[in-house]
Write a protein that binds this ligand. Structure first.
Ligand code: ZN
Length: 211
């Protein structure tokens, strides 16, 4: 079986629509690959596209992991610290708080056999990747204990799992540069490798059974 067989195994996920998080996982045979997503330019144009990949986290960016969000229910706007004061204000809803609620904006590199892609994980998925810890806790660790913070990020790198990605073209800067941005909508880290390998064997058998 030529390696290309795997590419065709994965092509079924391309072009699929949907809302992202909370959906049941796609069939093993409908999973995409990072190289396939890149080659198909998934997300190019005005409509977001979705795909599921099985990949390994190979890097977690440590410079900035979260932003200080407003605590007002469903606001989540970035708050500004009031100069010289221990208070934070939100310009969207106008409320002032003693402290913000940090929310993850985690930049993660995903790798599989076919490619590498930088993706963004927001609050819920960021917490899953960092072992269920809240962004508040990890941001505090980053500031107060950089060594333990680095150790945590390293410990959470090289986890594998199924990642549901949203791909959408966005325009940046004055040059109006266009780039396809990938966001993690859902993640199921692999904890049951027996189950994952059973799926893999099933996928290979299905592939071999094709005429
Ligand atoms: Zn607010």
């Amino acid at each position: 079986m030529a390696p290309g067989g795997f590419a065709s195994l994965s092509s079924g996920a391309f072009g699929g629509g949907g809302e992202g998080g909370g959906r049941p996982p796609v069939q093993f045979s409908e999973r995409a690959t990072l190289g396939g997503i890149r080659d198909a330019e998934l997300g190019k144009g005005s409509v977001a596209e979705y795909a599921e990949v099985y990949a390994l986290i190979t890097f977690i960016r440590n410079e900035s992991i979260a932003y200080p969000a407003c605590r007002t229910d469903k606001c989540n706007k970035k708050m500004q610290q009031n100069p010289g004061q221990d208070s934070w204000s939100c310009e969207k809803c106008g409320n002032t708080y003693d402290a913000p609620e940090y929310r993850y904006v985690l930049t993660v590199s995903l790798s599989d056999w076919s490619g590498v892609n930088f993706v963004t994980a927001f609050n819920k998925e960021g917490a899953i990747i960092l072992g269920g810890r809240s962004a508040n806790d990890v941001e505090q660790l980053r500031v107060t204990n950089p060594d333990d913070f680095q150790a945590l990020l390293l410990a959470c790198t090289f986890q594998s799992g199924v990642f549901r990605l949203k791909l959408k073209e966005e325009t940046y800067g004055e040059q109006q540069t266009q780039r396809i941005k990938a966001q993690i909508m859902d993640v199921r880290l692999t904890t049951d490798f027996v189950h994952e390998n059973r799926e893999l064997v099933g996928g290979i058998k299905a592939l071999l059974a094709r005429p």
